[in-house]
Design a protein around this ligand. Sequence first.
Ligand SMILES: [Zn+2]
Length: 272
Amino acid sequence: MTAIDPDSLAALPRSAGVYIFRGEGTLPVYIGKSVDIRARVMSHLRAPEEAEMIAQTRRIDFIGTAGEIGALLLEARLIKAQMPLFNVRLRRLRSLCAIRLDGDMQTGLTPAMIDSKDHDLATTPGLYGLFASRHAAQRRLRELADQHRLCLALLGLEKTARRGCFGLQIKQCLGACAGLEDRAVHDQRLFSALLDSQVQTWPFAGAVDLVETQGDWVQRHRVSHWRYVGTWCSRTGPQAVADQPEAFDLDSYKILVKPIMLGSACIEPVPT
Ligand SMILES: [Zn+2]
């Protein structure tokens, strides 16, 4: 048995939106999203590992959305603003780091660290990442070097020595640093290893609206350069996002990159 207000449970809809577990205190206990709020909340209530969270919950509120993208955008915004007790803390990142491959296949590729303080990550082509810090980007490069037998010296992570890098001595590096492996073959492995993490540049000239509808209910989520600007709702009117991120909007990027790049969302350009 739970101490959750039964009326608040009875009111939960079988449609998309965000749900908020509220306890005795001012901070919410938990915030989540689903395309079927009722089913998702019921699965929380049945989960033994969530018993402590449920025990602290007194009522469950919800905010309906016309579709899944709206639910994801709203959830990310509410979690950051309200800091619920049981959500994994989302760290606010002051800046982000990406890897850029400088040079070309003829002269050799060299990874460079690109900071969002100096570059607009939404428009700079050829970036890979993204990372919370320069250190995290370098750590990822080391992992890739390990998996793909790349040369740490050529990646700029180790000093170059005349007889090849340390990795060559322990047979980790295949020897591109000492001319034992063709540099282009090495660089092709580097390029392929990074390809999955390529940052998509904003593919439009300006802002677009992602339109979601449910019957005659329409929500238009305005996005510009991966930055979530706000939602216009046919029921409640405009809702601007007050708390704009300083640099690249990583949360919005993660939510929007697939629906936009795969073309699965209904997208309308905003006239300038
Ligand atoms: Zn080497």
